[in-house]
Design a protein around this ligand. Structure first.
Ligand SMILES: [Zn+2]
Ligand SMILES: [Zn+2]
Length: 347
């Protein structure tokens, strides 16, 4: 079968993806499922892996946002049948570590050992993938499998939304209208909110943020962000800030625009970022800085319902659809050009 395989550069963290013929995987353990992959989204993480900004295992099939159809089940699997439509939670949780038992499965210590499908174990940029039953969610028969490939990123946006805990009277600021910033926007937008403001320098992305319902867009390279936020919020500042970028500049920007009692949710990840902070600004105005990391099984269930009930307009988020064979020539190039939200590949 055709697969997109990551090959690490010798002695470095960077690497290349090659499209190559590999053997079709088979079930080796009784709790496993063989999935015929029907759709797999391209994630910013896939590019970060190539650039050395995210660890990954050598010789691994990438793709961690995928949906498909059950084609074979192990002996222990009694509740799935061939032909069921499914999606995969790529982050395998153990269920018995301290974090899992404290109800924080997204912080499962098993994740730190490098097990994510499509990053550390073979994933969805291929015709077939084998995953354990634990990592699979069934989806309704009627659900289209391209939309279903968005369930994983949607689950992360839902997790962020729940941590942000927005109120109808809040001024909400999303920093960064990349694909995750925009998906978070679609989850938060159904709240009436005082104002929903996006900070984004790229014109195409800013336009998308407007189409998805932002009340205001601020280009930080052309405008004074603090001054603009003061104008829009009548000097109150932002009650909720979601940093969907995660670099030093955006973290420090957030501290210039936060209201008294504000919640700053750190969502975007960059291992290299180091930022300044004034602890007294947190104490004196009782502000909160919160992290939002991947998602829980419940977030997956919520994401499935949002799509099944057509609460969000998924067709606005899928901007491109390509064949797996076009992943390198078209997919990654579109990602680098930044004029896309979700690109779905069909193996
Ligand atoms: Zn992803
Ligand atoms: Zn665990």
């Amino acid at each position: 079968m055709l697969a997109a395989v990551f090959h690490k550069d010798k002695g470095k963290d960077t690497g290349k993806v090659k499209l190559e013929e590999v053997p079709k995987p088979e079930i080796e353990e009784d709790n496993q499922i063989l999935i015929e992959v029907k759709a797999c989204g391209i994630c910013g993480t896939d590019l970060k892996i190539l650039e050395g900004g995210h660890p990954a295992n050598d010789n691994t099939i990438l793709g961690h946002e995928f949906s498909g159809i059950v084609r074979d089940v192990g002996n222990q699997v009694k509740d799935l049948i061939i032909g069921d439509k499914v999606i995969v939670d790529p982050n395998e949780k153990c269920g018995f570590c301290e974090a899992c038992r404290r109800g924080l499965p997204n912080l499962c210590s098993h994740l730190a050992t490098g097990t994510t499908f499509g990053i550390f174990q073979n994933g969805g940029f291929a015709n077939y993938c084998v995953v354990p039953r634990n990592s699979i969610f069934t989806i309704p028969k009627e659900m289209d499998l391209d939309s279903a490939a968005l369930i994983e990123p949607l689950s992360c946006a839902i997790h962020c939304h729940n941590i942000a805990d927005v109120r109808e009277s809040d001024n909400v600021v999303i920093i960064g209208a990349g694909s995750m910033g925009l998906i978070i926007e679609t989850i938060i937008r159904p709240h009436p909110l005082k104002n929903l403001i996006c900070i984004e320098p790229d014109e195409w992305r800013a336009q998308k943020a407007l189409e998805l319902g932002a009340d205001y867009i601020i280009n930080p390279t052309e405008r004074n962000v603090k001054g603009e936020i003061e104008k829009i919020t009548n000097r109150r500042g932002a009650n909720v800030i979601i940093d969907a970028v995660g670099i030093s500049d955006t973290f420090e920007m957030a501290q210039k625009i936060w209201a008294h009692g504000a919640r700053l949710v750190c969502f975007g990840q960059d291992d290299r970022a180091i930022a300044h902070i004034r602890p007294n600004d947190i104490v004196r105005y009782q502000r909160q800085i919160l992290g939002s990391y991947i998602s829980t099984a419940c977030d997956f269930l919520d994401a499935i319902e949002l799509i099944a009930n057509e609460i969000i307009e998924i067709e606005k988020l899928i901007t491109h659809q390509i064949e797996l064979s076009e992943l390198l020539t078209k997919g990654f190039e579109l990602m680098k050009g930044r004029q896309c939200i979700k690109i779905i590949t069909n193996p």
